[in-house]
Design a protein around this ligand. Sequence first.
Ligand SMILES: Cc1cc2nc3c(=O)[nH]c(=O)nc-3n(C[C@H](O)[C@H](O)[C@H](O)COP(=O)(O)OP(=O)(O)OC[C@H]3O[C@@H](n4cnc5c(N)ncnc54)[C@H](O)[C@@H]3O)c2cc1C
Length: 298
Amino acid sequence: MFESFNAIVNAPMSEHTTLKLGGPADYLVFPRSEDEIDAMFSEAGANNLPVTVIGHGSNLLVLDGGIRGLVICIGKNMRKITREGNTITAQAGAMLGSVAVEAADAGLTGLEFASGIPGTVGGGVTMNAGAYDGEMGQVVTRVRGIYPGGKAVTLSREEMDFRYRHSAVTEKNLIVTEVTFELREGDPAEIRAKMSELNARRAEKQPLDVPSAGSTFKRPEGFFAAALIDQCGLKGYSIGGARVSMKHAGFLVNTGNSSKDFLDLMHKVQQIVEERVGVKLEPEIKIVGEELPSGKQG
Ligand SMILES: Cc1cc2nc3c(=O)[nH]c(=O)nc-3n(C[C@H](O)[C@H](O)[C@H](O)COP(=O)(O)OP(=O)(O)OC[C@H]3O[C@@H](n4cnc5c(N)ncnc54)[C@H](O)[C@@H]3O)c2cc1C
C-alpha cells in the first residue's frame, strides 16, 4: 500500500519526533502537494485506514504501540517560502525558524518570537504557537488547507479562532497546506538582534540538549506550570527514563526509550501538583497512537 508515495512501512516514530519516543507508524509518507495529500487520503479511505497528520513532531508524544494506519508528515517536501512586499507565504512544511530568517533578511518584523520554535508553519498554526511577546495568531492573515475528501479552503484570521495554544484546525479537521503572514517593515539589524536575544534567553533557560517536546503542560490561568512543578519539589523527579528537567521544570525530558514512562511521569506530576497546590495541569503536547498491550514494555 502507498507504494506510489514511497511510503516507509513500520516507520519508528522515535525518529520523527523531537522527544525521540514512539513505536512504529504502519505507513509514513511525505507529500509534495495538496493533490498528493488528497490522493493519500483517498487510498487510506479505500483501505479503511485511519490517517494522522503531523509536522516536525516537536509537540507530540507518540505512544509505544505506534500509530495504526497512515501518518502524513507535512514537512521536508513542502517547504517553499515566497515574499511579496510585507507578505510572506509559506508552505505548511516550512520550519518556523526559516520563515523568521526570511523575514529578517527582507527587513520585516513580527516573526522574531518564532525563530526558536522548532516546528513547522502548519504545526505552529494548529497550536497557535507562541513565545515571549508573540504568537502565530498576531501575524497570520490567511490559512489555506484541504479537508479529507479534497475540498480546498482559505480561512481568514477570524475564522481560525486563534486562542492560547488553540486554533480551529483540530475542530475543523483541516489539513493546513499554506500560511500567509502579514509583517511590518523594520530595521534588519534590530530584527536580528531581537532574534539573537530571544534565542540566547531560550538556551539559557531551556534544556535544549535533551529530547523534549517543549513545555509539557499549558499555562494554567493565573499561574506558570514550571513554577508550580518546582514549588512541589519535582525538579529532577523521574520515572524510568522520563525526567522533570533540572533546568526548567515545565519541560519533561526523555533520557530513555519508553513513552509509558513519559506518560506515567506526566500523570504523576499532574496528580502531585493538584494535591499540593490545587491546580489542574492540562497537557500542551498532543498524545497520539496506542499503548503496547500490558506486559510488553517499549
Ligand atoms: C525545545 C522545544 C521548544 C519549544 N518551544 C516552544 C515555544 O516557545 N512555544 C510554543 O508554542 N511551542 C514550543 N514548542 C512546541 C512545538 O515546537 C510547537 O507546538 C510547534 O508549533 C509544533 O509544530 P510541529 O510541526 O512540530 O507540529 P507537530 O508536533 O508535528 O504537531 C502538533 C499538532 O499539529 C498538528 N499538525 C501539524 N502539522 C499540521 C498540518 N499541516 N495540518 C494540520 N495539522 C497539523 C498535529 O496533528 C498535532 O496535533 C517547543 C518544542 C521544543 C522541542
